[in-house]
Each structure stands twice: as C-alpha cells, then as structure tokens.
Ligand binder design. Structure first.
Ligand code: KIV
Ligand code: ZN
Length: 386
C-alpha cells in the first residue's frame, strides 16, 4: 500500500502575490473549483487580513468547494487570526496557517526579536488559532536557513501546543536538495512528538531547486507538499504541482501516491496561465509547449520506433492529446514520412528522398515547417528550385 502525500495548493496565495497575477474573487473561485476537480487536498485561498478582496475571496472559496480543506494565511498576530477565522467560517473544513520566522536572520532583522520571544509568540499563535476550532498549520518561516536545533525545538513546541501540520519552508530557495532532505530527517530524529503532526515542505525556486528540494523532503518523511500550478510564485516561483505529482507517479519505487487526477493537469495549467497572464515557458517540464515535442532527427526516429525510447511519461496522463513531431532542418526522413502520412500522403523510397531534399531547403529558410508547407511540398514538389 502506497503512502499518500497531501497536495497543498497555494496558487491563490503565494502564486497570486506575483505582480501582475492578481485575480478578481470570481476568477479565484473558478480556479478553486478546478483545483477541487484536480483533486488537491488543501487550497490556500488567501491571506484574509491583507486586503478586503482577499478576505472576500477566502469566504467565496470556502462556500464554493466541498472536498478540499480551505486554508487562510496569518502572521502570529491576534488580529490576523481573528480575521482568518471570520473568513473561513463557511468552510466545510477550514485551516489557519499561522507562523513566524525561525532563522536568526529573520529573528534579528525582520522581527528584531530573540529566539525565546519568537518561540513564545509562535506557541501562543497556535493555541489561539486552535481555540477558534480550526485545523492549525504552523510555518517556521525561513526554516531552510534556521539553526537546526532551534528548528527542532520550535517544531516540538508548536506540536505540543496543538499544531496539526508543521510547515518547514525554504523561503529563500537557498537549500541544496540533500541538505534540505537531511533537515527534514533531523526533525524526524530529534522531535519527540513528531508523530502527532504532519510535516509539510514548502520550497521556493530561487536556485531552480524547489522541486528537487520538495522531493528530497518527501523522501525524508514529509507527507504534505506545498505547490502552485506552473510553479508560479514570488521571485523565481514555488514548487510546481505538476512536477511533484508526476515525479511520484513516474517513480513507483518511491511507493508514494497523491490524490491528483493527473489527466486534468494540462487543462488547469492553461487556465491559470491565461487568467494570471503568466505564459508558460516552452521548455517547462510537463506542461510546456515542447514538453512532448520531438524535433531532432535521431530523437524523432527513435520515438517513432518506440515512444519509450524518448518519453518517460504518456502525454495523455497529463491531459496532452499526443506527442508532437516538430519538423525543422534537424529532422530526418522518418519524421517527414510520419507527418506526411498523417496528412494522407504515403511516400517512400526515391520519392521520399526527393521530398526530403526539398523539405530541407524549406526548413533552412523557415524555423518550423507546418502542415501547409508539407501539403505544398507533397503536391507541388519540387517547391524550390536550386
Ligand atoms: O515562503 C514562505 O515561507 C511562505 C510562508 C508564509 C508559508 O510562503
Ligand atoms: Zn512561500
């Protein structure tokens, strides 16, 4: 039996903080409904005290979705927790996500405080949030750079205070995967009550390691991962939902599962990109335009012989209709014949050789040879005279 990893989606909170990505309440509700269909376990719907719009969005999402837990972010402050509790009142299952800095740099230069004081405030915030009758998740901000013994002390104290989930964020995207994994392992080895809470990983992508760090944390024992669609988020972004989900699916030896209906991934990726006006880079893993496109002759030939030669996932598993064979000047005869066959032209032998020569002339002039060019080539060859 596989262990389940809970998917906590923060597209509408950490993702929506990105300049230019702001959404109206109705748009957030549309995405939240889609996240519910996708099968996420938790939707972080916003930071209710941050603006009246966010407050209303958390209310709207709490009313709109039935299955996922709806979560609201707070600082470790009474007014934040009061407002979050108010915004979550319609949630079937609501969660208050409260926390405070854990690294010395945050303690000294952000909170101008001491380890003892932040620990006390964190414990107080968990108890206060718990008194409101919600699930409580505690975040130890900048845990990736925190002193490990202090992080363990903080984790133990907030679990004793009633935290159901403890989030260990690599807020600045600083950690190396094996060291972040060891951090999580250290907590499992040094926090006496760790079995009373779920450990969550929340990684940023400043050095391009958010997904690798999250997976290292999961392998070390975390059973919740905080992600966004397309990896959108502050600065270089957050861990992307589609990457973590497909890593766990593609590596059954990890013996880990999620509740994500992976065939819905591409649809929601496109929707979020469109609504947040945030294009997906073509080479983005899983959901980029080129993620299942083959363009070089050697790869195309191998792929056409047997898809597994060059694909580790079936595109239909993530909702992409089919792989594509892109024709460029680096493509070979096998790819040209395949694309021509799809257009109803059966060519082989000398005829294919001639068409291929003409194709290369066109391909050298155009970046991408499309169906229209192919039809012209096949019906009017030779298209270009040398
Ligand atoms: O990156 C971070 O530390 C966060 C917390 C507020 C959870 O987003
Ligand atoms: Zn974050």
């Amino acid at each position: 039996m596989k262990d389940n990893v809970q998917i906590f989606d923060t597209t509408l909170r950490d993702g929506e903080q990105v300049p230019g990505c702001q959404l109206a309440t109705e748009e957030k509700i549309t995405i939240a409904r889609e996240l519910e269909q996708l099968g996420v376990d938790v939707i972080e719907a916003g930071f209710p005290i941050s603006s009246p719009g966010d407050f209303l969005s958390v209310i709207g999402i709490s009313r709109a979705v039935k299955e996922p837990v709806v979560c609201g972010l707070t600082r470790a402050k009474q007014e934040d927790i009061d407002v979050a509790a108010e915004a979550l009142r319609y949630a079937k299952r609501g969660r208050i996500h409260t926390g405070i800095g854990a690294s010395d740099v945050h303690i000294k230069h952000k909170f101008r405080s001491t380890r003892e004081q932040v620990l006390e405030q964190g414990v107080w915030a968990v108890k206060y949030a718990k008194s409101k009758g919600f699930e409580v998740e505690f975040y130890a901000e900048d845990a990736g750079r925190a002193d490990l013994a202090f992080l363990a002390q903080m984790t133990e104290a907030v679990i004793a205070a009633g935290a159901d989930v403890v989030n260990i964020p690599d807020t600045t995207g600083y950690c190396l995967p094996h060291l972040y994994g060891r951090r999580i392992q250290y907590l499992f080895e040094h926090v006496s009550n760790i079995d009373k809470a779920v450990i969550s990983v929340h990684c940023h992508n400043d050095l391009g390691m958010a997904t690798a760090n999250s997976v290292a944390g999961i392998i070390a024992g975390a059973r919740q991962v905080e992600v966004t669609i397309n990896g959108i988020g502050e600065r270089a972004g957050n861990t992307s939902l589609e990457e973590v989900t497909m890593i766990l699916k593609t590596h059954p030896d990890l013996n880990l599962d999620t509740n994500i209906k992976t065939e819905r991934i591409y649809g929601i990726s496109q929707m979020v990109s469109r609504m947040m006006r945030m294009p997906v880079q073509p080479n983005k893993a899983i959901v980029g335009k080129n993620a299942f496109a083959h363009s070089s002759g050697i790869h195309q030939d191998g792929f056409l012989k047997h898809a597994e030669n060059y694909e580790i996932m079936n595109p239909s598993d993530v909702g992409v209709n089919s792989s594509s064979i892109v024709l460029t000047a680096r493509s070979g005869r096998a790819a040209l014949r395949h694309r021509l066959e799809n257009l109803g032209f059966k060519v082989d032998g000398a005829e294919l050789d001639t068409l291929y020569e003409n194709f290369l002339i066109v391909a050298d002039e155009k970046k991408n040879v499309d169906d229209h060019d192919l039809i012209t080539l096949a019906t009017h060859a030779p298209v270009l005279d040398r």
